[in-house]
Design a protein. Sequence first.
Length: 292
Amino acid sequence: MPLTAPQTRLSQAAAMRYGRGMTKTTPPGERIAKILARAGVASRREAERMIEAGRVTVNGKTIDSPALNVTPKDRITVDGKPVAEPEPPRLWLYHKPAGLVTTTRDEKGRATIFDDLPEDMPRVMSVGRLDLNSEGLLLLTNDGAIKRRLELPSTGWLRKYRVRIKGKPKDEDFAPLRQGLVIDGEKFQPMTVTLDRQQGANAWLTIGLREGKNREIRRAMEDIGFVVNRLIRVSYGPFQLGNLKPGEVEEIRRRVVRDQLGLDAEGKPAAPAKRPARPQRKRPPVGRKPRN
């Protein structure tokens, strides 16, 4: 059971005595990793790693476990900087140009998407990634919980891509992709593939998939003998690239975000609507025949 921030001040022995007398009532507040995610610091998983690395303090004391509940009264810092109050969940469409890395920092010193964003943008995280040479729609959010929710395979949102490959393929060449591949022991789910048109030595395809594995389309094409020389993501679930130009950012209206993600007015997952109770038929008492 997570402790609250004041409880972390107890000694180990005192904490053990405290634990024996505790009830099963959940401590007030929310898990600290969730608060950091909502504040746009990092995803919940990344926030947990930051905590374990000793980069987070609560009320002036360094913590090393995410099993902690905090309230608005607690003072939280990350790398010595105060964590701001969580903002309402926000989501942006971003047209990623080719040649940018989808990370906050690159060990090779390459330019990242975050170097390309407008200066007035708040701290944001990318929903999934597009590799260096890929372009098109990338979703950005200030909320780590939304990031994780949109990346989960269980979300199952269809991502569509316009793909250019070298060669003159026939429609039947893509049967393995539609059935699902296994490459180096890794299973790829079936893709939807449409052969759109031949343009000289290249062919244009539209590909849809519901997973986001590393270089999935490029690896799948290489496995059946084709090379991708251009890849553009045009949609992610209900969100479309549309006429957004490379490098441009457009915020999605908060009402649309709430509706599409099933959030309540405070930006939290809305409780599922209860099904109305089914009317019960009156049955005659056991042993008695119904009257005609």
